[in-house]
Write a protein that binds this ligand. Sequence first.
Ligand SMILES: [Zn+2]
Length: 484
Amino acid sequence: MFIVDSFNSSALRSALEKKMVPAMEFLKNRGYFNESCVSVFPTMTPTCASSIITGASPRDHLVPGFEWFCRAERRIVNYGSSPLAVWKMGVGRAVRELLFNLNHIQLSSKVKTLYESLEGAGFTTGAVNPYIFRGGRPYRPRIPLILQLAAGFGLKGKLRGPGSLFLGSLCPPETGQRLKMLLSPRYYWKFGFNDQYSGTVGRWLIKKGNQPDLLTIYLPDTDGYSHRHDPNHSEESLKSADRQICKVLGAFQSWDEALEKNTIIIVGDHSQSLVGKDGASMVHLGRELAGFSQAALGRESCAACEIAVCVNERMSYIYILRDRERILPLATEILKGVRGVDQVAWKEGDWCRIIQAGGGELIFRPGRDVWDQYGQGWSCKGQPSAAGARISGHSVTFGEYPDALAQLYNALGCENAGDIVVTAKTGFEFTGDWGPTHPGCGSHGSLHKIDALVPLFVSGEAFGTSSPRLLDLAPFIRSRHGLQ
Ligand SMILES: [Zn+2]
């Protein structure tokens, strides 16, 4: 399974037309292809990757985004969203958060990763450059000297991953292959967290005869490329991701043989959409809520703070740290009037309320009044248009916001999520004191289909659904191995 970070369907369409992506074209012609697979909300990599590899929504896997507030530790968690964020937190904290805490503390121990399920049943698994890798085998990562220096030599500890785990230069391949790769410094660019490393190590593993039953290969580069360009035109980056897929397929005698021997999946974690060029497209929610005292990144003590604003590019969480009864109505009233805000949503008991700025209002919860295309039942009161939905008879259908009710219900139901969810209108992006911003370039995070729909290829095995979601992949892979 290849995971392309920030896989944009219109860029793929254009790359296919221009014959830039031969491996994807081959797999598309030889299997299942759908360019509208629904990601999970928020459309941020830690959340999406957790769902791909566990099959659980954020309600169960508990990873709510790239930046969130940990209520138990009373601090903001950030996996290194920008250089300024890393500096504010300290390098040691940023590396520890992404490598150790995300996988071994924050990802719920109540859900199983595919590596855990499959290895528990006697299968072998491996992963190259994954975000989520929790498994049973201990690894001691080699933290590069420059990171050790920056972190004050505070980075120690073991990781537990699948039988074969490769994390850039932190968990590199064995010496012979490592030396070969060192001859091409490009492989160690970004400490090895790049497409070339992923493709090279994936191919080497197969060539050596060590291909595990499940191998996931994460291709990170299209995310950075799309954040620096128009994401609807990331063809050049998809071309180089495709080159890595060619490299891996080329480890077999022929591409046909690769397909005979494997089920091959390519999927995006989320897409990206274009943000306006001007400063007016950047919305600083912290400033809009300046009337409340706010928690800050890197500051451990926030006993007196009223709220925490956690920005995830085109969505944000507002955590209410005290006086919820007083602050929630005040904050939501302000937020729905902020330029660039699309939707504001929060929980009211077991109901969710969503307000579309300048539009309707809907409250909903799981029920048996109307049914969506995924077989989920809902009770709704108010205007379904607030969630871009339409109700006709006993069915609810979605338009601009695919799977909107479950997406919001599962995001708000995650115990690590904020009290209020805010999404940005098309072309807008939220920002905070420590960035990042992407004026005139790509961004993601929202519920809208421009961030949430990704291409999905499944070749070598029948994959039937006409309305695929990221959540379907782990159950599909488990069922192929005879597991529930
Ligand atoms: Zn991104």
